[in-house]
Design a binder for this molecule. Structure first.
Ligand code: AMP
Ligand code: MG
Length: 539
């Protein structure tokens, strides 16, 4: 009896999701309702139904994302949830569609791209009045699928699910993930495009964000000289997602762009703080809310190397390498400035806004580095040389970025320490502690001494400094090898590690001694293992 009542309550909350599909209601639709691949002109979206699949099965869900939608945890584990969020069954109020957008891929204009394997279900307004758009990734073909199959595999879906939630808990602006479900069907993927296709389990992630509009959503219209839909999309975006800017006008368009320059700068500063490399910063993968979006061949920095890119497609050029992300974001913003230029017709204020990006990135980065080092504020004269020396020291020998900063908080000034004992609290950060001798040891110790001098000048108490540092330097990040271990198990039918990692990543700054094993540096087996050190776009 009690179980029945609970079940009824859970169902009730699933069917009572409060949909309000403003995007499809207010923006121009593609009149063609067929699901065949085509160029779509003058429209923001095409209506399309998800493709039904054989046997949906829940792998994991994020209770805090369910809560954003006013869903109880009990609603997320039943059959109805699985059917709805794999795309088999539409809940009342869902009105599925795929968005049209274009983009620059690796610096080249690629024309129309669009949601090739993402299907939006609609937007809900929760009890707090927040608007959340729901989107399934991997739910089948759309008019934008081009040569793809519209599907996603378990490995990439687990990566997206875990990483978007980890990023959220790390304090990085990001799209969220409600759930990851197996489809019960197999998908063929040639992971390294080397003529070795394999069957992999298919999966669907439900992503959640206030909006999934991308830079490329504007670019597609201006590339075709479709100015009216360009204006409609921008006016809609401002009214819906930037209401504080007031009614759309040329002045408001500029304010909007300036705000986006600031939020994009802030997002990249966070990426640099936590060691995240997006891997495919094409303009179609840039959110107009300054959110991290489209988790594909992303990676986390293990040993500090600003030239590292996780994406095998990017290996030769390194366009999207860790240390180039701020520059690429600016390049992408410049493409968006070009796209909205027809609505503004003044180059100077757009250039000034791009300057705002540069200034706010610089300021944000300096403040962030000061925080990582536990300094009360950034002092250019001392801290610029200190940080540029640190960049060298971190690359002298293989040094784990996350562990280094985390343990730096434990460094305490004591008198007459020799090099080895000074370095002791940091030994764990080194991949080959045996090379910490001679010149290497001297250089690292010299930097640590200058750092401690700077800390002494700052005059803060050691405990206070440690606390401040531990609030910005995570102990746990979603390391590539951890995700891979969870994937290996999930592919064998055991979803426990996906759920355990989600749990660990809920408190990335807390010590959580019970999860110590997930705080270690990348093990040797993962150094050259596909999925750990190198990833492809095949997902
Ligand atoms: P991405 O690099 O993942 O952002 O994808 C670039 C474009 O390719 C987007 O338009 C995607 O929708 C599309 N795409 C990627 N994978 C597939 C797939 N398996 N089927 C259809 N379209 C895809
Ligand atoms: Mg994309």
């Amino acid at each position: 009896m009690k179980a029945d009542a609970l079940k009824q309550q859970a169902n009730l909350s699933l069917t009572s999701l409060n949909f309000d599909n403003a995007f499809v209601r207010e923006l121009p639709a593609d009149p063609d309702r067929s699901n065949r691949v085509r160029q779509v002109y003058g429209a923001c979206y095409s209506r399309v139904q998800p493709t039904p699949v054989a046997a949906p099965q829940l792998v994991a869900y994020a209770a805090e994302v369910a809560e954003l939608l006013d869903l109880q945890p009990a609603s997320c584990t039943g059959e109805e949830f699985a059917q709805a969020f794999v795309g088999n069954h539409l809940l009342p109020g869902m009105d599925p569609y795929a968005c049209c957008y274009g983009g620059h891929q690796f610096g080249n204009w690629a024309g129309q791209l669009g949601d090739g394997r993402a299907i939006n279900l609609g937007e809900i307004i929760n009890q707090r009045g927040q608007r959340w758009a729901l989107q399934l990734k991997g739910a089948g073909l759309t008019p934008y699928s081009r040569r793809g199959d519209g599907l996603a595999v378990l490995r990439s879906s687990v990566r997206e699910f875990l990483c978007s939630e980890a990023m959220y808990h790390l304090g990085v602006p990001t799209t969220r993930a409600l759930s990851v479900l197996l489809t019960g069907e197999q998908v063929t993927r040639d992971m390294f495009y080397d003529g070795h296709p394999k069957q992999e389990p298919g999966a669907v992630v439900c992503r959640v964000a206030p909006s999934f509009t991308r830079f490329g959503s504007f670019q597609i219209f201006s590339s075709r000289n479709e100015i009216e839909p360009l204006r409609q999309l921008l006016d809609y975006t401002i009214r819906t997602d930037f209401p504080h800017l007031g009614e759309p006008s040329v002045a408001v368009y500029l304010q909007w762009f300036e705000e986006l320059c600031r939020s994009t700068a802030a997002m990249i500063v966070h990426w640099m703080r936590v060691g995240f490399v997006h891997g495919v910063m094409n303009t179609d993968n840039m959110s107009i809310l300054g959110l991290t979006i489209d988790y594909g061949p992303y990676g986390w920095i293990d040993d500090y190397n600003p030239d590292w890119t996780p994406n095998t497609t990017d290996a030769a050029g390194g366009r999207y390498r860790f240390g180039n992300q701020a520059h690429i974001a600016l390049w992408n913003l410049a493409q968006l400035a070009n796209a909205i230029y027809p609505l503004i017709e003044q180059a100077e204020p757009l250039e000034a806004a791009l300057q705002i990006y540069g200034d706010s990135y610089k300021q944000g980065w300096q403040a962030m580095m000061a925080q990582k080092l536990g300094l009360k504020s950034f002092a250019a004269d001392t801290d610029l040389p200190l940080i540029s020396e640190l960049e060298k020291v971190l690359q002298l020998v293989e040094t784990d970025m996350t562990i280094f900063y985390r343990k730096l908080a434990d460094l305490a000034p004591t008198k007459d320490q020799d090099d080895a004992s000074l370095l002791a609290p940091l030994r764990e950060a080194y991949y080959q502690p045996e090379v910490l001798t001679g010149h290497n040891q001297e250089q690292i110790a010299a930097w640590l001494r200058s750092y401690l001098q700077r800390v002494a000048k700052d005059g803060s108490d050691s405990d206070e400094r440690r606390q401040r540092m531990q609030a910005v330097n995570p102990k746990y990040v979603m390391r590539n090898y951890l995700a891979q271990m969870a994937i290996d198990k999930a592919e064998a039918g055991d979803h426990s590690l996906v759920n355990e990692l989600l749990q660990v990543m809920r408190k990335p700054y807390a010590e959580q001694p019970e999860y110590e094993e997930f705080a270690g540096k990348r093990p040797e087996w993962a150094r050259h293992r596909a999925g750990c050190s190198m990833l492809s776009c095949s997902s």
